[in-house]
Design a protein around this ligand. Structure first.
Ligand SMILES: [Zn+2]
Ligand SMILES: [Zn+2]
Length: 239
């Protein structure tokens, strides 16, 4: 009787909350293992000259010439990959939290693995991970922040603490092409309410990076309140 009841409840639950892969529709996980392995990993490279390094940090040469506020960019896969694209669409437009957690764990596994390998002294400390915030109006419209789900996946895998205190002050996306005055304004897109602890390493988490303008503004805001190193981690990079 118990087993029958249990089975009935499971069937009922599956009927109410059918779980299937958002990409291939196979019953089971929100992103099935067969689809996951068909998302090739991008190698971590210097965002300036594309030379390989473990964490996607700017290399010594590019550090001298680059104008970015972030120190490295670590992306799991290419947005042009059809599977990754439809998984990210399901996450963003249907609020598929389970997909966010799965993608976050995939990204977190690579990131945490590289963290211990890269020969940089600040990697010895635990980073704080911050989801890229949405403007409060956008978050109300959407009902969730997809980057938070990815961040929760990374945290579940790595044990790194999550901080959600960064705020987004403007609703519109920033432009990639900016003059000096626009850049000054762009610094006001994000705010963080406190001073960060000394030598703090931050990882900003987002679903996708395209022009890097938004990311640049967020990294700027964190450097202004004392962040030592800001790494950007995204599930996808649009090439
Ligand atoms: Zn699938
Ligand atoms: Zn370089």
């Amino acid at each position: 009787m118990f087993f029958k009841l249990n089975h009935l409840l499971t069937t009922l639950e599956n009927y109410i909350f059918p779980s299937s892969c958002a990409v291939c529709r196979q019953p089971g996980k929100a992103l099935c293992p067969a689809c996951r392995v068909r998302i090739p990993r991008l190698s971590a490279v210097c965002p300036g000259c594309a030379c390989k390094n473990a964490l996607g940090l700017f290399c010594a040469d590019c550090q001298k010439t680059q104008n970015y506020s972030f120190d490295g960019l670590f992306s799991y896969g290419a947005y042009e990959n059809k599977i990754l694209k439809s998984a990210l669409r399901a996450l963003k437009y249907q609020g598929a939290r389970e997909i966010g957690l799965i993608l976050g764990k995939m990204l977190g596994r690579q990131l945490a693995g590289s963290w211990t390998k890269a020969p940089v002294s600040w990697l010895k400390q635990k980073p704080i991970i911050m989801p890229m915030p949405l403007h409060s109006r956008r978050q109300r419209e959407r009902g969730f922040n997809q980057s938070l789900y990815i961040t929760q996946g990374i945290s579940a895998l790595s044990g790194w603490p999550i901080d959600q205190k960064m705020r987004r002050l403007t609703y519109q996306a920033p432009s990639a092409k900016l003059n000096y005055h626009d850049r000054q304004k762009q610094n006001k897109i994000f705010s963080y309410p406190d001073q960060l602890p000394p030598n703090q390493v931050i990882i900003i988490v987002d679903d996708i990076i395209t022009t890097g303008a938004t990311t640049q503004a967020a990294a700027n805001a964190l450097k202004e309140v004392g962040a030592k190193i800001v790494i950007v981690a995204t599930v996808a990079k649009s090439l």
